[in-house]
Design a protein around this ligand. Sequence first.
Ligand SMILES: Cc1ncc(COP(=O)(O)O)c(C=O)c1O
Length: 445
Amino acid sequence: MTSDPVQNERYVIVGRTAAAIQRSVEHGVVTGALRPGDTVPSVRGLATELGVSPSTVAAAYRELRQRGVLVSYDRSRTVIGHRPPLAVRLGPHVPEGAVDLATGNPDPALLPPLHEPLRAVVPSHHRYGDAIADPALIEHARAAYQHDGLPSDHLAVVGGGLDGIERVLEVYLRVGDRIAVEDPGYPGSLDLVRALGLQPVPIPVDPEGMDPDRLAEAIDRGVDAVLYVPRAQNPTGAAMSRERAAAIAAAIAVDPELLVIEDDHAAPIAGVDYHSPMADRERFAVVRSVAKWLGPGLRLAVLSGDEDTVTRVLGRQRLGTGWVSQLLQQLVVRTWQAAEQQGTLDRARDTYQARRAALIDALAAEDLLADASSGLNAWIPVHEEVPVVQGLAELGWAVQAGEPFRVESRPAIRVTVAGLPSERAPDLARDLGHVLDQRLGSRRG
Ligand SMILES: Cc1ncc(COP(=O)(O)O)c(C=O)c1O
């Protein structure tokens, strides 16, 4: 995680111009010699090494940072982005035979079967000019939004949660704009924000979600957008209480035009009541991906927003991908309906809840604390992440180091509880206690 490529045998950055240095860094990332999280040399260090002016290296790094290939944590440390926007294989390495508690996936056994819904898809062609949204999908999504007390007059079908977030950001924000994000938060959104050249403004998260006072301060100092997850927050499992939703609603009410995006990525399986600050907003977007509960392979989300936002998103979408395939839309709504009728979503929600509870209890028995009140993940504070991740890997558990999720928040590991059967929770807790004692000499983060 902290290897320095100048001293490290794996890769030496070369180049005499800013463009050549950029290409060299990108080549290192694409070939896997530079890995997400690896530290790159300081500007001065690399300039000396290459015999060029520091301003040449600084220009290369600035461009790479603006595109999200590099991330700077503070003045002293710049690393390869955790999801660099280059064609590389991503995701934490899961050692062979290890229990995968690292990749953030839903449990495949809890996803709805696709055979029947696939058979029910009407295999007809759609043409340019046809309606772009499947009426049954829109009706079903609208009913879900209405049930939750959210506006649903204007909906857009997009290619997943991050696609929806990106489309909304893209039609409002420009390079250099500031966006309040959760810290810790989902690296997919954090790195997307960076890759769009936006500046993340970290807002601390507690078990009830974003800190409303810190959000209010950030809005006061000037942000152009706010992005948060209302429940099943990734990585902490935070879920907004009614009071917190009201406090956030008050904080964002000072500017009715402020763009506020809610990433409700685990809606029916989050396992908590839903409270949202969005009910009466003028400028808003709520994005509901089906990835966590119908399957990550069904690249689809439904976005609800104010009229201006949805009009812009649909108009921009038309210029690019055009629309989401109607065949996929049909499959999604049929799978969704079947999953509701057959109780698949309730089963997934209850099972994840039981797995979270089992892990929290098992950790408590080892005098360890975790945050995990909703969703698929637990967040366990530790002093140092890498030795804990390595120690657990040696004992057959793949978990994630917290760094990609953090901006300023404290070290922790993320455990995807979705993949941990309740009966194995005591084994994991015992092994974690052992690793902490052996490697760090302390159980508390
Ligand atoms: C908070 C959050 N938002 C969005 C996503 C991604 O959603 P999608 O795959 O639909 O882009 C994830 C996936 O882990 C997530 O944790």
